[in-house]
Write a protein that binds this ligand. Structure first.
Ligand SMILES: Cc1cc2nc3c(=O)[nH]c(=O)nc-3n(C[C@H](O)[C@H](O)[C@H](O)COP(=O)(O)OP(=O)(O)OC[C@H]3O[C@@H](n4cnc5c(N)ncnc54)[C@H](O)[C@@H]3O)c2cc1C
Length: 392
């Protein structure tokens, strides 16, 4: 990879252009910036707080290790400080909230305690994005919807956007999620299979009424409810160390300081919430949930669950319609290795997985770590000539 901008080019030129400012793309950008690599991220959302629902993402020790390797040390500390209260149990319940099985730390459930790297963390997707955008203000461009790319005769890639602009890069990284347009062009044969499962995810502000509805299993950790007709529900309680007034009383001084000076706090509208994710087989649902939104989705879930515990019903009723969204669960069919070139893919763009596995974001972060090592090596001239000839 060349290290400096080419003044002869009329379009902007970067060593690395990343399409998609989500989990993987932003984490990769941090690693590259830290190594002095000239990188730009192009994100279709209009602003840094647009287009995202505040659902919970579990970051495993693998994901934390990747972030630790990519982020500046103080930003990693902010990531840890902005995680929600740790999950202390995993419970299996029926729709009447009767406990089938519940395991906690005493039963061997591994949480990693408060170790900053080895602990399991619950983060809100919106908060994670605000953390990852911190320090990348000059690197990320919003309102840039990628449409296609072209590999030029000099082996550089030109990426074109819907607004008529383009950028030239030595390497183009598709980090544009499960409906990736970069993948569509690079690997048209790569397919997503529909699992036939659809879901509705809702979010309820953690008010006193909501707290009173939560049994210990719903309050303390992850709860999985299995009901008749193959319907299921996953729930998480998300309590953070800050509220609209800033850091909460009683949290550690270092964490309070980190949260206070974190610029992302201005853009993050997260407050404590209870999250539920209802799922069922498409075949068993009376309608197609994908075109539905807000209050209609909540009504649908209420109608499908007449026999469920009244507390669950109330939690459905109290969900914020603007944060309720449908989900079609898809999974990527494995693809054969493809020839190395100046275009590559990370995260959901190449391996969409069902959210039920809780590994999509963690794997996107690992991809980012591994690709960042490769790109740094290429920049430092430590990759073979053959690979350099093909784009690196
Ligand atoms: C309800 C739910 C719960 C989940 N829970 C977990 C969990 O507990 N643990 C876990 O590891 N994973 C979880 N996941 C999965 C995880 O969110 C994804 O795997 C992860 O976000 C993938 O990261 P990514 O960077 O590949 O894609 P994304 O984070 O989806 O980012 C893609 C970005 O590309 C942008 N984009 C798309 N198209 C274009 C375009 N044409 N031009 C420019 N920009 C574009 C998008 O706006 C987006 O910002 C969950 C997912 C869901 C839906």
């Amino acid at each position: 990879m060349t290290k400096s901008r080419n003044p002869k080019l009329t379009t902007p030129h970067h060593q690395v252009a990343i399409i998609g400012g989500g989990t993987g793309g932003l984490a990769l950008a941090h690693g590259l910036v830290r190594n002095g690599i000239d990188v730009a991220v192009y994100e279709r959302d209009r602003t840094r707080s647009a287009g995202l629902y505040g659902y919970r993402v579990g970051i495993s020790p693998d994901g934390s290790r990747a972030l630790f390797g990519l982020l500046p040390a103080d930003l990693y500390a902010t990531f840890v400080a902005t995680a929600a209260r740790q999950t202390k149990s995993l419970s299996f319940l029926d729709e009447k909230l009767r406990v089938l099985l519940s395991v906690g730390e005493a039963d061997g459930l591994k949480t990693g305690g408060d170790d900053p790297i080895e602990s399991e963390k619950s983060v809100s997707r919106m908060t994670l994005r605000q953390v990852l955008l911190t320090g990348l203000e000059e690197v990320v461009q919003f309102e840039k919807t990628f449409s296609r790319y072209q590999v030029r005769p000099d082996n550089k890639v030109e990426a074109f956007f819907e607004d008529g602009t383009s950028v030239v890069a030595d390497v183009l990284v598709g980090a544009d999620g499960s409906n990736s347009r970069v993948r569509g062009q690079l690997l048209p044969c790569a397919q997503l299979s529909d699992t036939g499962i659809v879901g509705v995810t809702g979010k309820v502000a953690l008010t006193d009424e909501v707290k009173s509805l939560l049994t210990p299993e719903l309050w303390n950790g992850v709860a999985l409810i299995f009901a008749a007709r193959g319907y299921s529900l996953v729930s998480h309680t998300m309590e953070f160390k800050w509220n609209e007034h800033g850091p909460k009383k009683g949290i550690g001084r270092t964490e309070a300081e980190l949260i206070k000076k974190w610029p992302g706090l201005l853009f993050d509208n997260t407050s404590d919430y209870f999250m539920w994710g209802f799922a069922g087989s498409k075949k068993r649902l009376p309608v197609d949930v994908m075109p539905m939104r807000g209050a209609d989705l909540i009504e649908l879930v209420l109608g499908l669950t007449p026999q469920w515990h009244p507390h669950l019903h109330r939690l459905f009723e109290l969900a914020d319609p603007s944060a309720t969204f449908p989900l079609s669960v898809r999974t990527a069919a494995p693809v054969a290795p493809w020839p190395t070139g100046p275009v590559t893919l990370i995260g959901d763009s190449i391996h969409t997985m069902t959210p039920g596995r809780g590994v999509g974001a963690n794997t996107a972060l690992l991809d980012a770590l591994l690709l960042h090592y490769q790109l740094v090596e290429a920049c430092e001239g430590r990759v073979s000539a053959a690979r350099r000839g093909r784009g690196l």
